[in-house]
Design a protein around this ligand. Structure first.
Ligand code: SAM
Length: 292
């Protein structure tokens, strides 16, 4: 691919998804986009870029290129620790704090093929007794419509259910579907899937008590990460929790969150920063001349 075409692609991806594609990732673009080009009857990446330039931003081929460049790697109970936080720290705290309204809202911001939100749903099912009378909503979003379709179907290969999913949960919450496994309807209905780009406005989603934002910000630059954190913070209640991926942190990017002591990967809204933001810039000191 010539450098001009590669630069065009890099800009398109950054603008459309936040993905920063470094110069040494040209091979990745080539290996992922050449098959896509061929499916559209184009024989080279130069032809594909030419086609992108003449298409409207909303066209199917632009969407396909952006989706083809996302990394969708995920698995059930990935990294284990975040799910221990949910079971042992977060849910007990939220159950106590929401004893009056009995409603808890969870948002999984980059859900990929659904293993993350379904892992949360399994934890909640296992806590059914403690959650009696509570309504818990799980919203799972992603940029990729292909991933969302997979997630909604909830069908996983033998390989996928062998990655991270304890056997007793497989037996309890999945049904055999030919060679594959399908998540049981009772769990599927606990998760609402919706298309959402993390670069867009989150206000229509409402407020959340727990947000998972894992293994997606690693692909963004500092400025984009800061913007996403600050916009997520606005959708979170004062006593809510944020969970990041093992290689992610808020440190040096925003003061909207602070780490929860001794709980790796777990963050809470920084109420002091929140209060300061609500008050706005300090009022100017007005001096009055003494009368008389
Ligand atoms: C590596 S997966 C992470 C899945 C899951 N959170 C986990 O940790 O296992 C990253 C996901 O982020 C999604 N993604 C990438 N850019 C996005 C954006 N701008 N808005 C929303 N989702 C995005 C991709 O489609 C992909 O499914």
């Amino acid at each position: 691919m010539n450098p001009y075409d590669f630069d065009y692609l890099r800009k398109l991806l950054k603008d459309r998804s936040g993905l920063v594609l470094s110069a040494e990732k040209q091979y990745l673009a080539e290996s992922r986009l050449l098959p896509l080009a061929r499916r559209h009857g184009l024989s080279t990446l130069a032809e594909l870029v030419g086609r992108l330039k003449t298409e409207l931003a909303t066209s199917q081929i632009v969407t396909e290129v952006v989706e083809a460049m996302t990394t969708n790697e995920t698995f059930f109970f990935r990294d284990k620790l975040p799910f221990e936080h949910v079971r042992e720290t977060i849910m007990p705290a939220l159950i106590a704090a929401r004893a009056r309204e009995k409603r808890i809202r969870i948002w999984c911001t980059a859900a990929a093929s659904g293993q993350e939100p379904y892992s949360i749903a399994m934890i909640l099912k296992e806590m059914e007794r403690e959650l009696t009378g509570y309504r818990v909503d799980i919203l799972a979003t992603d940029l990729s419509t292909e991933m969302l379709d997979r997630a909604k179907a909830g069908i996983y290969s033998q390989f996928e259910v062998q990655r991270g999913l304890p056997i007793h949960l497989l037996v309890k919450y999945f049904e055999k579907a030919g060679e594959a496994w399908q998540i049981a309807p009772a769990l599927r209905t606990m998760v609402q899937f919706r298309s959402l780009n993390l670069l867009n406005d989150f206000t229509p989603l409402g407020m959340f008590d727990l947000v998972f934002c894992r293994n997606v910000l690693i692909y963004f630059d500092q400025e984009t990460k800061t913007g996403v954190f600050n916009r997520i913070a606005r959708q979170m209640t004062d006593d809510s929790f944020l969970i990041l991926g093992a290689a992610e942190t808020v440190v040096g990017l925003t003061d909207a969150f602070k780490p929860v002591m001794d709980k790796r990967g777990l963050y809470a809204p920084n109420l002091a920063a929140r209060q300061a933001a609500r008050l706005g810039p300090a009022a100017p000191i007005v001096r009055y001349a003494a009368k008389g």
